[in-house]
Design a protein around this ligand. Sequence first.
Ligand code: FAD
Length: 464
Amino acid sequence: MNSAHYQALEGIVGNTRISQKPDDLQIYGKDWTKSTPRPSAVVFPKTTEEVSAILKFCNTNKIKIVPSGGRTGLAGAANASNDELVISLEKMDRILGIDPINMSITAEAGAIVETLQKAAKDRGLFYPVDLAAKGSCQLGGNIATNAGGLKLIRYGGTRENVLGLEVVLIDGTVLDLNYDLRKNNIGYDLKHLFIASEGTLGIVTKATMKLVNLPKDLRLTCMACPDFESVTKLLGLINLRGIAPTAFEFFTQQCMDLVLKHQKHRINPFQEKSPIYTLLEFEKQPEGAVDPMESFLEEAFERGLITDAVIATNSTEFQNLWGFRENISESVAIEGNVRKNDISLPISSLPVFIAEMEKVLSQIKGVQMFLFGHIGDGNLHLNYVGDFKQDYAEFRALTRDTELGVFKLVQKHRGSISAEHGIGVLKKADLHFCCSEEQLELLKRIKLAFDPQNLLNPGKIFDL
Ligand SMILES: Cc1cc2nc3c(=O)[nH]c(=O)nc-3n(C[C@H](O)[C@H](O)[C@H](O)COP(=O)(O)OP(=O)(O)OC[C@H]3O[C@@H](n4cnc5c(N)ncnc54)[C@H](O)[C@@H]3O)c2cc1C
């Protein structure tokens, strides 16, 4: 970008909402992943009209763009390292309304997810997309990555909760998609193309999302399981006993120890160590019905699926138990260099897959492994952690063979190498494990139909 371009953009947003300060370029030029930010500038639009004018200008002047949300992405999709203009949505963060009749909330794309949750709760309603990054990630970022999260098992992920989208295309055209309708059968559904598109097809400026009733009387238990097979059998038992989980998560003993190491205030509720722990959260239903917790735990014990269990009896215990699961990513990030695999499998294939995966993982040396995830959705997070002192390239070389071994197994079992974090730049080379040549070709044609000059987040998901 040259100085004339900069001045023209200043003309659109004013000189206080565009920056080339080194600190801003560092902060807004990357997400959570390791990378060297090198954007040309950062611009902070406040309205859809400004976004439209910026994109139109960039299209005319062939300026590459990286849309930026809360920068909590784990695939490098918001990284700008090739002189791109970063468009940060953080100043478009207003909640525009809650509609209890349509059971929906409308907000600008830069609204922080936790703010959405709070606004819904204040009206006695619930915004069900929930993830540990909720305090920083934005609605637009969640849409662009189709964030899954902790409650997907019950309420679906971001995709299932989008009712309406406002999107700006590279030529400045503003699309108002689906009018917040619950039913709208008019052929191809364009809004779905933008969900999970990682900012490569357009910029989301506004969205209307579904709300549900606030869950009442949530019950939470943390169960110690002897092995992975028990975890999947436990899920079968949950289904057979008519328990509708609002979350079913797992983490290993190594994860629990790591969280305890980095969060001294957290209380370990178990006397004995166990290979795996699961968190089961559900709503006691219907109102006034017998709590199924005790009979369920008794049966799980009798069947040998669990060896110990604790039940949260108050909000402090509730938060303490959830804290073990929600603070793993942050603890891992403090511990050392990290490489993450975010894979999903057909749920019933998990016992066989995990047995084969454990053999592959047992080969790796000099790297700590932390496994956790949304097991109820078939989603496993594998975190390879090496010493900070080690050169990052060396660390990656150590993990690569194992990672490829895991991806081959994923392919064999018809799984995905990206359950919920997206492809970004980090997983581009591995997309072929779950996406055929023919599929990829169609994706590229869609991209070029929306963005013929390849200006919107170029080099993300795939190269053209
Ligand atoms: C501690 C932690 C826990 C996490 N847990 C989960 C989890 O449980 N489930 C899960 O799915 N993810 C999880 N993530 C990953 C991350 O939070 C999600 O991918 C999230 O959706 C990213 O949102 P963001 O606003 O931070 O987007 P960013 O990281 O800023 O951007 C992500 C992508 O979206 C694009 N983008 C951003 N805003 C827009 C917009 N308005 N229009 C068009 N494109 C846009 C960017 O260009 C980029 O391609 C976690 C991350 C952390 C750090």
